[in-house]
Design a protein around this ligand. Structure first.
Ligand SMILES: [Zn+2]
Length: 340
């Protein structure tokens, strides 16, 4: 019986070895017959239960078949590897490689880096502050009266808080206060960052914006210093001689305050569609720091003077890269971002 069983194992295993077409299949056949729980292994394990004479003959036979199966497996393995089509398997080193996709910087990031580079080259330090800000830093310390419309729920995101009243900062100006509380003049800082407005969005309005604030304080800083630095900045930023024009305005945190325009970077002041034929483009607000703001930051009144100015990075990015809708910037649309 056992001899027949062994003969059957031989026939079957040989047939299976012949049919295998891969290393894995060959390995599976080996495990099936010669593995720890393999069919032939079982017989070899049970030899001890046979009487001595049978054990000898069956043992010799089983071991011979075991060798034959091992040889057949090795032989088939060699034949398979000889059949490999090396021409097909070879790597064609002349094929072009797979291109690694690179990410793109958002135009806001590009503009922010430009600003930081230009201002640090003029001796300014980069300052930062939190995006969730105390109401008193965002409004009170900047001389906003209690009933100022900017504090309205319609304009500002208020954050629920058990202690002090918090807002998502509506401008980067609170960084002025935070910085001045810790530093004495003379000082010059730029503070770029995100700001938030509770606002319906359209082609010109977004709820999340990027602003940038410049502050320069000393004993005798004047509007002349502001005008010179602003002109330098825009000339380098647009890579073109740029003129500055000031118009009187009002902001709680500056006195006097002004809006400033720059000569149109497209037509150079002659008049075009972008500047609506005016030759000038409104760019932001600025002014001499209100003495109440100095007092809120802990400086004595009327000892120092300085200028502060700010504007939106979106505005600058849209002008520099000729973007027609502000909503593209935060859209995350790859068709947009891949252009930068
Ligand atoms: Zn123009």
């Amino acid at each position: 019986m056992l001899k027949e069983k062994i003969a059957e194992i031989k026939t079957k295993s040989f047939a299976e070895i012949e049919k295998t077409a891969s290393e894995q299949m060959l390995y599976d056949v080996k495990v099936k017959y010669l593995g720890r729980k393999g069919k032939l292994t079982e017989i070899l394990k049970n030899l001890k239960n046979l009487d001595e004479k049978k054990r000898k003959t069956v043992g010799a036979l089983a071991n011979r078949i075991r060798m034959e199966i091992e040889n057949a497996i090795a032989k088939h393995g060699r034949e398979m590897s000889e059949k490999v089509d090396w021409e097909k398997e070879a790597i064609d080193v002349t094929l072009p490689g797979k291109k690694q996709e690179l990410g793109h910087l958002n135009p806001i990031t590009l503009v922010q880096r430009d600003i930081e580079k230009i201002f640090t080259s003029m001796g300014f330090e980069i300052a930062d502050g939190p995006e969730v800000e105390l109401e008193r830093y965002n409004f009170d310390a900047l001389n906003f009266p209690k009933d100022h419309p900017a504090r309205d729920m319609q304009d500002t995101f208020w954050v629920k808080s058990k202690k002090e009243s918090l807002v998502l900062r509506t401008h980067t100006s609170p960084v002025q206060i935070r910085y001045m509380e810790k530093h004495k003049p003379p000082l010059r800082i730029v503070a770029p960052g995100r700001v938030f407005r509770n606002e319906a969005t359209d082609a010109k309005h977004e709820h999340t914006l990027h602003q940038f604030e410049a502050l320069m304080v000393g004993d005798d800083i004047s509007v002349g210093n502001f005008k010179y630095i602003a002109q330098q900045f825009f000339t380098i930023f647009f890579g073109k001689e740029t003129q500055i024009r000031l118009r009187p305005s009002f902001f709680p945190f500056t006195e006097p305050s002004f809006e400033f325009d720059i000569s149109c970077s497209i037509c150079g002041g002659k008049g075009c569609r972008t500047c609506k034929q005016a030759g000038w483009i409104e760019i932001g607000g600025a002014g001499m720091v209100n003495q109440n703001v100095f007092a809120a930051a802990g400086y004595p009144k009327n000892k120092y003077q300085g200028f502060a100015w700010g504007f939106g990075l979106e505005r600058l990015a849209m002008m520099k890269y000729k973007i027609d809708d502000i909503r593209w910037i935060e859209s995350g649309d790859l068709r947009f971002i891949k252009q930068f």
